[in-house]
Design a protein around this ligand. Structure first.
Ligand code: ADP
Ligand code: MG
Length: 159
């Protein structure tokens, strides 16, 4: 586990950029947190770190946005709209096995379709009351690949 405090969107994106440099094909990142906690902001940092020169917006209305111009493809999924239906029969595994990096906002709504191993990042507001720009980022690794990734990220963040 790794816990990081962020004092603003730029700090959150900087952490994401450092993570992006360490990512490999078929890596999966789950972003957990309330509306406005910074999931899409984090994904923008990942895109920047993958050298995707494109403004990343929330894909809420089309579920998946794909970006193919960076070091690796980025598949940005926001599955909030699948709250009632789940994600069966949508072919989501094509993203998870598609050779890119998959980032999922609201992963609990497709829990049945998720691969067993991933890096989970929980974003929480309110590290201290009165500061609207503070967030706590809690990283948890599921599986050997992601344990190694988390170790590598810790080293990067010390630099
Ligand atoms: P989500 O995708 O979780 O709904 P967004 O990333 O769309 O959240 O929105 C987060 C909002 O909070 C943005 O307006 C962002 O600028 C703001 N914000 C303020 N402080 C932070 C921070 N430390 N980390 C991330 N976002 C922050
Ligand atoms: Mg979002």
């Amino acid at each position: 586990m790794l816990e990081i405090k962020s004092n603003g969107p730029n700090e959150t994106q900087m952490v994401a950029e450092k993570l992006a440099a360490l990512l490999q094909p078929n890596d999966l990142i789950l972003l957990i947190g309330d509306l406005g906690s910074g999931k899409t902001t984090f994904t923008q940092g990942l895109a920047a770190g993958l050298k995707i020169d494109h403004h990343v917006k929330s894909p809420t209305f089309n579920i998946v946005n794909e970006y193919h111009q960076g070091r690796l493809p980025l598949f940005h999924l926001d599955v909030y709209r699948l709250e009632k239906t789940g994600g069966a029969d949508l072919g989501l595994e094509e993203y998870f096995n598609g050779g890119g990096v998959s980032v999922v906002e609201w992963p609990k709504f497709i829990s049945q379709e998720l691969p067993p191993e991933f890096l989970q990042i929980k974003l929480q507001r309110g590290v201290t009351i009165h500061d609207d720009d503070q967030r706590k980022l809690v990283f948890t690794a599921n599986g050997v690949r992601y344990q190694q990734l988390l170790l590598d990220l810790k080293l990067q963040l010390k630099k």
